[in-house]
Design a protein around this ligand. Sequence first.
Ligand code: SF4
Ligand code: SF4
Length: 485
Amino acid sequence: MVYEVKVNELAEEFGVHRNTIRNWINSGTLPAQEGPGRRYLIQLEDYRKLCEKYGRTPRIDVTQSPVQPPLDTELPIDNFDTEPSLLTGKSSSLYSEPALADTCNTCGSCASSCPISGVDGLDPRKIVRMAFLGFEEELLASDWPWKCTLCGRCEESCPMNVRIVELMRALRASRPRGKVPSPIQKGITTCLEKGNNLGIPKTDFMDLLSSLGKELHNSDCPGFSTPIDVRGSRLLITINSKEPFAQPENMTWWWRIFHAAKESWTISSENWEGVNWALYSGDDNAMKTIVERIVDNMERLNCQALLLPECGHAYYATRLGLQRWFPETLEKFTVYSVFDLLMEYISEKRITLDNTTHTQLTAIHDSCNYGRKSLKTFGNAFYEESRAIVQACCPNYTELLPNRNDTYCCGAGGGAWASPYTVERVYYGSKKARQIKESKAKLIVTSCHNCKDQMEKSLNREFDLDIEVKYIWELVAQSLTRVLS
Ligand code: SF4
Ligand code: SF4
């Protein structure tokens, strides 16, 4: 029993491009036999399965007598390949490796782990299958890869190790740059042109840093002056441009800690941006350029150690970029995460912490980039370090459930905080809000700018959480027992 059809008819029926249908046929995904008049002969059962898979009502009644091929057509029905189609993935140009879609067994674990699955039709299993089957136009036109926060929770539950986050990023990368959510693309373009995402001029930046340094000297860090471009300093730090632009006092949390620890450190006057939004947009060239600038600053200022940017995605992007494109720097320089550096200061007693300042019930929000994704990509997360640091400051401690590798993204990751999908971001964050409410914590500590903004400015208001949210370095700076001059 066969269904006789032209490629363009089938494309119209399934709402896909003709090439997609040809790809299905060529790859064996849709077994079909060439027929007369540029028609294809498809087993009715295969046609029915295809309709079922994509939720379409069959155009023909598959329970009735089938369409008969013309009498002069010799249908080699005995030779028809009824073996299961081989999952080679050759039909798709959306990814380069089988591990990004071919090995999927359609179990659906990813969909049940994803906090936003079901919203606007987003479903990681469906996206993986669509990529495999060559639904290129549909995927590139859809906003799903941008509403996904690249949190990696789906991958954790995948029994086949499908690299779903990498696939999502590849889909983002395949979009024309003019169709990337404009705040993200604008930030990248401005960073490439002017050295930071917000285009802050060098003189304004240096004036701000100097005046903040003077204020610190006049308040609780006597002798402090901001070390800009100090060659030979031990440690180079980068800055999230949001801080000098809108929250300059936040920079001083780190400065107070450095002052207390008697650190030798510096900030570059140029290309100081720590944020790397090219991780979000899938633009590897831009991502590499931004990481390379940090490497150049290390060389130019003759520093020995780099503090990776103190924000989840910035840390992950920079570490990934160093590992991928500048592996020699990992041998040459000491590379610290915020947790590594704080733990070193504490264990060497370069700073001591007072645990009587923050007495409210406190919990940690594990950032996906510092945690789950870092563990998978680099082999270490910072679950225990972050807890040791926070508990040294906050004796009244509890946990959000689930946590560590099973944590829910706050909902603002993957560029979602800067993207226009506000309703989806808030919905996504409802799981995090529920966790916080159930924990009864009143202080949430995190190590990521996006997480802090989402929980403090959005979820707090939307879900009446009545919480305070602090950066881990803010908490530590406020808990210092001695600020050395
Ligand atoms: S990465 Fe996170 S948001 Fe994206 S599909 Fe997976 S679980 Fe969902
Ligand atoms: S969890 Fe993995 S194998 Fe299962 S449907 Fe999702 S991608 Fe496929």
